[in-house]
Design a protein around this ligand. Sequence first.
Ligand SMILES: [Zn+2]
Length: 96
Amino acid sequence: MGFILGSISLALAIAAVLSLINLLVAVYAYRKGHSPIACIALFFVSMFLSPIAGFLLAMFMKPSRIKKCPKCAEDIKKDAVKCRFCGADIPPQPVV
Ligand SMILES: [Zn+2]
């Protein structure tokens, strides 16, 4: 009996740690500039495949909330009207 309870709590602990890691992948993706929908998708990728797959996807996928500054080519937020690196004024982009 004690063994079964121990196994259950161990499984629960592992599940808790895994969902925490999956959550971290989603937060990382969001901070990198991915849209909330992409972050949720990455969360499920982490859950069903592996957090490493989700993390790698977040790393290599092109963030949708990021664009390049036309003046200095640094990555800036899509909604930015002023580059935070060189201070150039960015004309608002038409919605694609
Ligand atoms: Zn710039």
